[in-house]
Design a protein around this ligand. Sequence first.
Ligand SMILES: NC(=O)c1ccc[n+]([C@@H]2O[C@H](COP(=O)([O-])OP(=O)(O)OC[C@H]3O[C@@H](n4cnc5c(N)ncnc54)[C@H](O)[C@@H]3O)[C@@H](O)[C@H]2O)c1
Length: 347
Amino acid sequence: MAEVLVTGGCGYIGSHTLVELIAAGYEPISLDDNSRSSPGILEGVERITGVRVRNHKVDLRNAALTDACFAEHRDAVAVIHFAAFKTVPESVAKPLLYYENNIISLLNVLASADRYGVPNFIFSSSCSVYGNARELPVTEDTPFGEPECPYARTKQMGEHIIADFARVSPASCISLRYFNPVGAHESSEIGEVPYSEPDNLVPRVTRTAIGILPELVVHGRDYGTRDGTCIRDYIHVSDIARAHVVAIEHMRKAARDTRPERRPEVFNLGSGTGTTVLEVIKAFERVAGNGLKYRVGPRRAGDVEAVYSDNRRAETILGWRPERGIDDMMRTAWQWELVMAERRQKP
Ligand SMILES: NC(=O)c1ccc[n+]([C@@H]2O[C@H](COP(=O)([O-])OP(=O)(O)OC[C@H]3O[C@@H](n4cnc5c(N)ncnc54)[C@H](O)[C@@H]3O)[C@@H](O)[C@H]2O)c1
């Protein structure tokens, strides 16, 4: 079975991707130090797939340990590099930690992938590379904007590093720019386990409904959008996960690019439509069957009014299209929140 190295395989998107890789016949190997996750998530992956995924507990900032993992799996057909810190306010408070973790890990993973000749490389990028884009929807050709925080800058820097690497490496490289991944696996066996109090909308909705947060604050209702609240592009985490399998298959099928100036391929992974904060709340109320306690507060500094993707490149070139809508996202997010609450109550 073809091995795929998955850094950050115990994390939110990583664990869902393990499930999709196994379903497609790959043998994923996780490299995760569990600094922001629990190895217990692999039990959930096993309950879904029947496969116990091996995790190398390694801090990818350590070049020698990273290299040793790659040496053990030198026949791997691809590496998917999820491992990174991702919390925006933390990145503002601790920029050096973010540059150190996100950039040094990437450099070590690329160096080891290069040394052992792993032929395909996927990087987890983010729509935050676009900054406050003026024209919507954003396409892959929309230029990088001024990053809103050090986290976003690490994603821009990561893409630049990969572009330089791709020019001289025989490996195929893809950067996938995720919009707003939400929801959980349909089985409720895996989902997002927040490392710190989340500042993004969907976990705040479900944490309010379960009683962890006293109320949801809608930050601003005076934006120039259809109902005055901010617009984002939400995408189900299992759709994002499946895109990685499709991307690996695309790279393995494609004829080796022999241009002297090779470039990484870049794809937006979004739903292609924008949803307002109030529409998210309404979708939640629809699927949960009860009302949500919220109030409108002032705008939050740094919030962009609206951002959503043009996802046609992923559809045309990869044949990938999201299969789940906002109700599926809210329903699975809510089911997962209920499962987590049940687990907290167990002795
Ligand atoms: N979730 C989102 O909203 C979102 C949006 C856009 C991009 N991304 C990117 O997607 C990737 C995955 O995100 P996620 O939501 O699954 O995050 P996550 O925090 O759930 O998972 C990241 C995993 O990487 C591991 N990790 C971090 N630093 C490490 C290191 N130095 N060595 C080894 N393991 C390390 C953590 O323990 C964790 O399990 C990240 O690169 C993130 O920046 C996420």
